[in-house]
Design a protein around this ligand. Structure first.
Ligand SMILES: Cc1cc2nc3c(=O)[nH]c(=O)nc-3n(C[C@H](O)[C@H](O)[C@H](O)COP(=O)(O)OP(=O)(O)OC[C@H]3O[C@@H](n4cnc5c(N)ncnc54)[C@H](O)[C@@H]3O)c2cc1C
Length: 313
């Protein structure tokens, strides 16, 4: 492709689509490159109820559809390609994919992050249907049910405490006796009557016939298996997995600075250390990773890119 775009955006999740919307609407020539389904993480999310304006049974796919249509209505192109490398020096940056090379005056990296998975049978089948990686997003669906929280770090304990506001019983499953979370939250969790513990255990399987009905735990000391079934009256249970996130930073691993957890560092305007290169969404170092914050980052990144090309008004 010889055409030089004003902005080349990598990733069509909420951050990339928001950047594409803002870019298109300000009459910049923008291209989004996506390797998979448009929508990123929300493409596999059953319900998104906390994005402003998302009401009436809004699902991840329905929100994605509206975001894509809105973005394309302002002329932003979306092309399916997996980006493999970047050449970011100079005035025209090269974005190299499996299918072609794309040129841009600016580049926005919106490649997102994925929750680390347990990797056990059943996990994929029940993702978004009983297995969740986001308590803020899904706690509401487990009102008065039993949920299991997998993990022993800060996010596992904090999210377990949050889940006690919704669930009837919260059981923390952790592979060791020792927890990596900070002492204060561990003490609060230990004193909470709704929180129960399954230590020295890992999840071996998640089972059910259409709905999640049981989990199989393995004792890390002697390999003994234990199957825990949903309460008969409940019929189902939840499994919340907090064993870390994996940011998609492969493209700029040795080029851009990352924080201790591997997320890309930017300033408030989404700028990086390379002029004309911006980062938006979950791949960025920040506290809250949600659709609303990804969309916000995307908007800011597109406006910063516009200012980079045309000068700050
Ligand atoms: C199960 C689940 C439920 C959730 N529920 C909610 C909710 O209810 N409310 C809420 O606010 N948030 C929710 N979240 C969080 C929310 O989905 C994320 O914060 C948001 O999607 C982040 O957007 P993003 O655009 O930064 O990244 P992503 O959504 O991760 O999108 C990144 C995109 O970049 C693409 N990409 C990556 N690398 C490349 C490459 N090399 N070449 C081309 N394309 C590439 C990926 O395929 C992906 O489509 C949920 C997350 C999960 C996993």
């Amino acid at each position: 492709m010889d055409q030089v775009f004003d902005i080349v955006i990598i990733g069509a999740g909420p951050a990339g689509l928001s950047a594409g919307l803002y870019a298109g609407r300000s009459k910049m020539k923008a291209l989004i490159l996506e390797k998979d389904n448009n929508g990123g993480q929300i493409a596999i999310t059953h319900a998104v109820e906390n994005y402003p304006g998302s009401i009436e049974n809004a699902t991840g796919p329905s929100l994605t559809k509206r975001m894509v249509e809105q973005c394309q209505s302002f002329g932003t192109e979306i092309v399916r390609d997996t980006i493999e490398s970047l050449e970011l020096d100079g005035d025209v940056k090269k974005v190299i994919g499996e299918k072609g090379t794309y040129l841009g005056k600016t580049v926005i990296i919106a490649t997102g992050a994925d929750a680390r998975k347990i990797g056990c049978p059943g996990e994929k089948m029940f993702a978004g249907k009983g297995v969740s990686y986001c308590a803020t997003c899904d706690a509401d669906f487990f009102e008065e049910l039993e949920v299991f929280v997998v993990g022993g770090g800060d996010s596992a304990i904090t999210e377990a405490l949050y889940l006690t506001r919704f669930a009837r019983k919260v059981t923390i499953v952790h592979r060791r006796e020792g927890l990596r979370a900070n002492k204060d939250s561990i003490e609060i969790a230990k004193a909470d009557p709704k929180i129960h513990w399954k230590l020295h255990k890992v999840v071996k399987e998640i089972k059910g016939d259409g709905i999640l009905e049981s989990i199989v735990l393995e004792d890390t000391r002697d390999g003994e298996l234990e199957e825990i079934f949903a309460d008969e009256d409940d019929g189902t249970m939840g499994v919340f997995v907090f064993i870390g996130m994996i940011p998609h930073t492969e493209l700029v691993k040795d080029i851009l600075a990352t924080d201790d957890e591997g997320y890309l560092i930017t300033d408030d305007e989404m700028k990086t250390s390379i002029p004309g290169v911006f980062v938006a969404g979950d791949v960025r170092s920040k506290k809250v990773r949600q659709v609303v914050t990804a969309a916000s980052d995307g908007a800011v990144a597109a406006i910063s890119a516009e200012h980079f090309i045309f000068g700050t008004p």
